[in-house]
Structures are given as structure tokens and as C-alpha cells.
Design a protein around this ligand. Sequence first.
Ligand SMILES: [Zn+2]
Length: 307
Amino acid sequence: MRNALRLVLPLLLPLLLSQPAHAARKLKVVTSLADLASLAESVGGDRVEATSLAKGYQDPHFVEPKPSFILKLHEADLLVVAGLELEIGYLPPLLDQARNEAIRPNGRGYLDASVGCDVLDKPAVQVTRAMGDVHPYGNPHYWLDPGNGRVIARALAARLSLLDPEGKATYDKNLAAFEARLTEAEARWAKAIAAWAGTKIVTYHSSWPNFAKYFKLDVVGFLEPKPGIPPSPQHKLELINLMLGKKVPVIVMEVYFDRKDPDFIAAKTGAKVVVLSPSVGGDPAAKDYVALFDLAVATLSKALPGR
Ligand SMILES: [Zn+2]
């Protein structure tokens, strides 16, 4: 025993000394989306450590589960999800294996970011994923509206304060700073809104209804006949006719789709293909939640005819 201690103690001591029992441990926040991690970092500051399971350049519907996700979820104090079944394809089995009751739905450490947000495309009748639609409870890409970003940031500040009451003043201060930065950015984006109002666009997946609502763009069609269903030859022909009829100048596609179909349709219609990152980290310039919109505005501005 004594020999064992002699061997182990030198290894353990530095660890024990570097972590006094009363030192503030950072709250571990795990999010499905990089956008939610960015908002958690803005509000949590240095009291939290936020990581996202999905990277910004991945399709958020189809995230490949990794064993490392289970450990992250096991250690998490707070799990933030987009909800509306965006994570249904990978998260539930990971949560089962993570053995962390606090972050299961209804736990103190579980936050569904969609609550209180402006969610669009809510179906009037019951839709299920069995029908092929990956948006059965409304559009889960609602973070692409700065107004919803504000709602999510406030919900994060409230929940972090609940989990870590000592940090409340910090979270409140960080939230105010984030909201001020967002308000300043909205003044910049107002110029784009004025220039684009009413412009018709087509998008690959229905990732952009909240973005379009905010920026007053008019989404008239999609490459996917239904969210999650790849374009058929028949659908592509119909879309080409629709775009020619409505003189649609732009096809917006997400960074993680193949350009082949958008390029084909652009060649037939004269529209421009604009590749946008729908999430933080989908492009190096989209380094946080506000920068994500700055980049989208700058990229779209180059392609959309000015007025
Ligand atoms: Zn979707």
C-alpha cells in the first residue's frame, strides 16, 4: 500500500494542488449547434466552457455520433438543444448512454432553445418524419433570426444563473453587453434590409425562413421538394420554370450541400449561386453569432442587385 502511494502521490499532488476544493469550477455547457455554444460563451464569459457537438460546416440534421460525445454529455452541467426534433437523429441514444440525469429533458440542466422563439412553418396538421419531412414541428433553423438570438441569450442567462447563482451578476452584465453589440449590428444590417426588401430567392434546404423574414427576402422555392428530400429531375425542371417566371436572381445554398444541382439550375436560369454558412464556424469568418450575420450580409450583398 505504502509503495503504491509513493508511486501515485507525486502524480496526484500537482493535480490536487492545482484544484483547491473551493476554486470556481467552470460550468460545462454542451450544445448541439455551434451557434448555441457561441451564445453560451457570450453570456457565460469565463465562468463557462462551451462546446458544440455539431460543427458549423455540418448539416445539423445529420450529425455523426462519436464516442467522445458521450463523455462530454456525461460531464455536462447544461445541455442546450435547438429542439423541434433537429437532434432526433443522433442525440437520444447518446443521452441514454451518458448517464447524466440532470441534462435529460425536464432536468435542470436541459434547455430547449426554441422555447419563446419565433418558430415558423408550424404544420397545421400532424406531420411525422415518416412522411420524409425533417421539420415535423416547425422550422428548427430559427436561430438565423437575430431576434431569436436575443431570446436564446436571455434564456441562457436565466438558466446559467439558476445553475450558478454566484455568477448571476456576471451573466447579467455579459447579457447586456451581448444585446448592446447585437443592437449595434442590427443598425448595420438595416441597410441590407432596405436594399433587398422583397427580393425573391430560392434556397437549397429550408434553412432560411427566419433569416428571410428578418431581412425581408421572399423565399419562393427550394431545391429540396421537402426538407431532407433530395431534388428529383422533375422537381428541378419545375424549379427552373418557376425561377424563370419569377426572375429569381439568387440560389442560396448551405456550405454542406453539393454544388452540382444548384450550379445546373443557375446555368439554366441565369441566377447566381450564393454559398452561405448557416452556422457559426461554417466559414472561418463566421467566428461568432454576430459575425455569422455580418458574413451572410456581406456575401449576399455581392450577389443581389442593388436598388
Ligand atoms: Zn432543416
